[in-house]
Design a protein around this ligand. Structure first.
Ligand code: HEM
Length: 398
């Protein structure tokens, strides 16, 4: 399945999806351009969650929603519910799935309520039926999976990926593409994986970036300069323009370094292995098959042995001179190896597009309610702030 989904994120697919993403980013920026307030105070978590929602609806499910104006549209409400990880029962079931997967299966535990499952399944089934009847082909993830079950879509497999961001992980595309025996339910589940894996992660990462820009005025100023230098005289920026903006890439890379939304990842041991001690005080660590090994991404990033002054937001760590000194196993914003994040390129473009548009018109500024330093939520299983991300948008040149 993974080999079949990976072509969603090759350069040509990304370029088609980038056009869809830019349209949405522009709508969001324009929405605030029309407001009269000198400083527009907003919870960035709210607007960036809506933006991420609309991007996924469009590029994964192939439907258009405008969650800024139609604030309680069903797609947004269902999506918000499915990715709310602060509910105690949900946290508990996720823990059981992770720690004791066979018990979770035996008990028939479900992470999501039936009404959410049914909503997304019906939506996908209806869209598939409509596309089949009207012979519609669209460059989104649903379209790709529909092609995969007909044994089409393999041509994307051989396409080379142009790496447009330092943080993007390597993808292995050349093997194992197969015609998949997919039911509508399988397709709905896969499209939903994109929602589940890509909603909270991207929207929260963008919130942290907005917060860092607000409190690091010099970084924001330099980024705005780069945006102004690259802004086309008319129309949307091209994929290539965004991909070649070095400082934007440095700021995004540092955001993902300082604020790893997935604070840890894990692997199951498949064969016995011993980690030898490095210090005289340490013992060898024997790993046995089926044991679960946690990789503490957050702790690795905030360890001063790995990053000098780790609490400092410093995009210079990722300048072209400095990035070659970064050990990829200490950075791992999207994990590592054959089970790394499938959506890294997509996430990076989504982040870059919205900041390109917002900072074309506004500066992001701290407001009275902005927490400095951020208070990290203790009740969420992913990294986020306790009190949202209250910040201001101030029209530039005022
Ligand atoms: C800033 C945003 C994101 C971050 C920080 C992030 C981070 C991660 C990390 C750390 C992993 C675990 C990798 C490993 O253990 O090696 C992962 C897995 C995954 N991510 Fe992301 N992710 C992001 C956005 C997305 C998006 C937008 C999508 C889909 C469109 C996505 C889909 C997935 C999937 C499907 C997996 C599981 C891969 C597998 O098990 O084969 N992620 N992500």
């Amino acid at each position: 399945m993974r080999a079949t989904l990976s072509p969603s994120f090759t350069s040509s697919k990304m370029k088609s999806m980038f056009v869809l993403i830019c349209n949405i980013a522009e709508i969001y920026a324009q929405h605030y351009v029309n407001k009269k307030d000198k400083i527009i105070e907003i919870d960035f978590k709210d607007i960036l969650a809506r933006y991420t929602n609309d991007v996924i609806a469009n590029t994964a499910f192939g439907i258009q929603v405008d969650s800024l104006t139609d604030r309680e549209n069903e797609f947004y409400v269902m999506g918000r519910d499915s990715t709310n990880f602060s509910k105690p029962w949900r946290k508990f079931t996720i823990f059981i799935f992770q720690a004791f997967p066979s018990i979770a299966k035996l008990l028939g535990l479900k992470i999501l309520p039936d009404k959410v499952n049914d909503f997304f399944l019906n939506l996908v089934q209806d869209t598939i039926r409509m596309r089949e009847e009207q012979n519609i082909k669209r460059p989104d993830m649903l379209g790709l999976l529909m092609e995969a079950r007909k044994g089409q879509g393999k041509e994307f497999q051989t396409e080379k990926i142009e790496e447009a961001s330092f943080a993007a992980v390597k993808e292995h595309l050349e093997e194992n593409y197969t015609k998949l025996d997919l039911t509508d339910f399988d397709i709905a589940s896969q499209v939903f994986v994109f929602f589940f894996a890509g909603f909270e992660t991207v929207s929260t990462a963008m919130c942290f970036m907005a917060h860092e820009l607000a409190i690091n005025a010099d970084v924001q100023r330099r980024l705005i300069e780069e945006i102004d230098e690259n802004k086309p005289a008319s129309g949307a920026p091209s994929y290539e323009i965004i991909a070649n903006m070095e400082y934007l890439d440095m700021v995004v890379s540092e955001t993902l370094r300082k604020w790893p939304i997935n604070i840890a990842t894990d692997r199951v041991v498949t064969k016995p292995y011993t980690i030898d001690p490095e210090l005289p005080s340490e013992q060898p660590l024997h790993l046995e098959p089926n044991q679960n090994v946690m990789i503490p991404i957050f702790a690795i990033r905030w360890d001063p042995q790995n990053y000098e002054n780790p609490e400092k937001f410093d995009p210079e760590r990722f300048s072209s001179e400095n990035r070659k000194n970064i050990d990829p196993y200490i950075y791992i914003p999207f994990g590592v190896g054959p089970r790394n994040c499938i959506g890294s390129r997509f996430a990076l473009l989504e982040m870059k597009a919205v900041f390109f548009y917002l900072l074309s018109y506004f500066e992001i500024v701290p407001v009275e309610k902005t927490n400095v330093p951020i208070k990290i939520s203790k009740s969420n299983i992913t990294l986020t702030s306790e009190n949202g991300f209250p910040l201001g948008l101030k029209r530039r040149n005022q």
